[in-house]
Design a protein around this ligand. Structure first.
Ligand code: FMN
Length: 733
């Protein structure tokens, strides 16, 4: 909720100021070039701290007929306004060491004058200046809210420069540029606000009032300038400006502006007549000007240039992200039954709506079996007169917080007493990139388990990064448990992305093994591109749904490992195929699960039919060190893959291969093999190994848990790091 407030304020401020902000950012970027180009002039004087001002003043006075002013710029240029013997008035750069003239001060380029006017007032005079002042203020607020959001997103100040979780281009670079340039932008905008406020006299007024006793200086004993006590100790590096006495009137003094004060010096005696410190507001004004323009500090000017330019990117990426979230589909909530007639209650916690898509597919598949289903958000949790099953799908946000449509759930859950006991299941949608992976779903699961009216019929299932295959795996398990064959429906978006149908010839089909698994070898009729890890889809006659299988590319053909399911229309249809028969199928690229040929080591972890894509990858391996772990019920379960494994070992395509059997011998799972090999595993991961996991969702959960624990105990790396470094590839169902 609080995060939403920051997010909405950030967005509203950005939208409302966008056009002016765009103009201010473009002109600001151009103006930042000026101090950099000025810095390229070779007038900068070194060693100003060794030149006393008495030396410079007396030198100038004897060289020229009259000296009006001497200014030391922030770039250490020494600029003198003088009158020559020919009564020519000039403003020149000088070298105070030998008083030579280095060049004439040129008028400022018309282009930069034009840009400054545009930047300050958009050529709209006072109205424009007011606009620009307001836009600076808004920019300051946008940058501050942005920084707060960024800190929250990164998990605190200390993690500001930590790993970035965002993958999407706009999000990722919004964060990357944000952490470098938000602070300079806050400085640019805050100083801009100050300068505008000063222009409209909204800041306290200041002017230095020097006082001295009149007539006190009419009589004096003149001293040599070089002996002036007030001037002797001041060096040029401390001076901003010296205004020379206008006439020989003893009450016309040298006015010397230093960094924090101004002094008046008697022009004949050298006595300090008055000394006044600048008020705080004046110091703030001088500092604001320097910080806002970058004058005299080319490095800061370059930072200003990049920061102003980055505002343009923030505007683009911010609007692109907003647009994407605006065009996202409204959650579908059309289900058959109202809350008190439905037997199946599906409750959803979602921030951006994607979890609703999953819930909707699931609800439609239940409805296809004439079940009465009610779908709503978790926030609408209530009593349900007829409910037998409650299925909760929820995402996690922030630091393990509830997503927008679930923020009220836990409070309501404590207040609402259910009418009947119900079976319940929780599915967490999250991302392993976050330390609190699916933790809001865990919180809900805990609450449900502690409540006597709710019977958890399955352990919590976690779906990483909206993996449809993982979700399908969960749906199949849920279906098996409740005797409802769940066929997840196609949505419009799926239909658009459906692939071209290709004809395949059956080259071979194996016997079914003791686990009801068989191998099917196919050859595409026409030239069709595919790789191990891609998916092939079949829609059996009279079925509405396509079923996907992971491909192994063996000798240029497709090898599939298929487990026959009791209700599996597709697996039973494929099981009846005969050698030479032709079937239709579609190939779906699955680039995220292709073999990482540049990795030094690949660790393949699979169970059951999940070994299939690995068999193809292993056969085509050139020089990657591959370690294969496989889990199944018994040694006999592996028989259908034996010839491939032997071939791989003899041809040295793999370096090691270990089996875990759950129903014989040690009765262990594949994750137990990882525990046994923990040292090897950590070492390989730290040296860039890629881990590929293929098989059942339960196996995936077990394996991920083990890897997570091993890393936590023995390495600085986290699962999130592996995902980010593309060292983790998962294809489970
Ligand atoms: C800003 C942000 C914070 C997130 N925080 C977490 C988190 O703490 N734990 C987690 O498991 N997933 C986290 N996620 C991932 C989402 O839960 C995941 O992408 C989910 O599928 C989104 O579902 P939705 O689109 O229905 O909101 C986060 C995502 C974003 C964009």
């Amino acid at each position: 909720m609080i995060r939403s407030i920051w997010r909405y304020s950030h967005l509203i401020l950005a939208v409302s100021s966008s056009i002016f902000l765009l103009l201010a950012a473009v002109t600001g970027t151009i103006l930042a070039v000026e101090p950099v180009s000025n810095a390229t002039k070779d007038y900068s004087i070194e060693g100003l701290n060794e030149i006393s001002i008495t030396q410079t003043i007396s030198g100038l006075k004897s060289k020229y007929m009259e000296v009006l002013e001497l200014e030391i710029t922030p770039s250490n240029y020494v600029v003198a306004s003088i009158l020559t013997e020919d009564f020519e008035s000039k403003t020149i750069y000088i070298d105070p060491n030998d008083l030579s003239e280095l060049g004439t001060v040129e008028d400022r380029a018309t282009f930069f004058n034009f840009m400054t006017n545009f930047h300050r007032s958009l050529f709209l005079k006072s109205t424009g200046r007011i606009f620009v002042g307001i836009v600076s203020f808004l920019l300051c607020l946008i940058a501050i809210t942005g920084l707060i959001l960024l800190i929250k997103r990164q998990g605190g100040w200390l993690k500001l420069f930590g790993k970035i979780k965002e993958r999407n281009f706009e999000q990722r670079y919004h964060v990357i540029l944000g952490r470098w340039f938000l602070m300079p932008i806050i400085i640019i905008s805050a100083t801009g606000v100050f300068l505008s406020a000063e222009k409209f006299e909204l800041t306290p007024s200041y002017s230095i009032q020097h006082t001295w006793k009149e007539n006190n200086y009419d009589e004096f004993e003149a001293a040599e300038l070089s002996d002036f006590p007030g001037l002797k100790k001041i060096h040029l590096n401390e001076v901003r400006k010296i205004v020379f006495p206008f006439s020989e009137d003893p009450e016309d003094f040298y006015q010397i502006q230093l960094a924090n004060r101004e002094i008046l010096i008697h022009q004949f005696t050298g006595e300090i007549v008055s000394e006044q410190k600048y008020p705080f507001v004046q110091l703030a004004s001088m500092l604001s000007m320097q910080l806002h323009t970058g004058e005299g500090n080319p490095i800061w000017a370059i930072i200003l240039f990049i920061s102003s330019g980055s505002i343009l990117f923030f505007m683009y990426s911010g609007f692109a992200m907003t647009l994407k979230s605006l065009v996202k589909k409204k959650p579908k909530l059309t289900t058959t039954a109202d809350k008190d007639e439905a037997e199946y209650i599906i409750l959803v916690g979602s921030e951006t709506g994607k979890t609703f898509d999953f819930a909707y597919r699931f609800s439609k598949s239940l409805e296809s079996h004439d079940k009465l289903v009610h779908l709503s958000s978790l926030n609408e949790y209530s009593t349900y007169n007829n409910a037998k099953h409650i299925i909760i799908f929820t995402a996690t946000y922030g630091d393990g917080d509830a997503p927008a449509s679930a923020t009220k759930f836990l409070k309501k859950f404590k207040q609402v007493e259910p009418k009947n006991p119900v079976d319940c299941t929780v599915v967490g949608f999250g991302s392993m990139l976050y330390p609190n992976y699916c933790s809001y779903a865990e919180d809900i699961q805990k609450e449900l388990k502690a409540h006597s009216s709710f019977k958890s019929i399955m352990e919590l299932t976690k779906i990483n990064e909206q993996s449809f295959e993982q979700f399908r795996g969960w749906a199949n398990n849920w279906g098996a448990k409740n005797n409802i064959p769940v066929h997840l429906v196609l949505l419009d978006s799926d239909i658009i992305s459906r692939k071209r149908t290709v004809k395949f010839k059956v080259l071979d089909i194996s016997e079914v093994n003791i686990d009801n698994t068989f191998l099917l070898k196919l050859k595409p009729h026409k030239h069709t591109k595919f790789k191990s890890g891609d998916l092939i889809g079949f829609t059996p006659p009279n079925a509405r749904r396509e079923r996907l299988y992971s491909i192994a590319k063996i000798d240029g053909s497709i090898l599939l490992s298929i487990k026959k399911h009791e209700f599996g229309k597709c697996s039973n249809y494929l099981g009846l195929l005969k050698k030479g028969q032709i079937i239709d199928g579609t190939i779906e690229k699955n680039t995220k699960f292709h073999f990482p040929s540049k990795a030094p080591t690949v660790i393949m972890i699979s169970n059951g039919t999940g070994i299939a894509p690995f068999l193809g990858m292993i056969q085509n391996n050139k020089n990657t060190s591959i370690h294969l772990f496989w889990g199944g019920r018994s040694a006999q379960s592996f028989n259908i893959y034996n010839s491939y494994a032997k071939d791989a070992l003899t041809k040295k395509k793999i370096e090691s291969f270990e089996n875990a059997f759950s129903r014989e011998g040690e009765q262990i799972y594949v994750q137990d093999l990882l525990l046994k090999n923990r040292e090897f595993l950590v070492n390989a991961i730290e040296n860039g190994a890629v881990i590929m996991i293929c098989g059942s969702i339960n196996m995936q959960n077990g394996v991920i848990k083990v890897i997570d624990n091993i890393l936590e105990e023995t390495s600085n790396l986290t699962l999130g790091d592996l995902d980010l470094n593309k060292q983790l590839k998962i294809d489970c169902y």
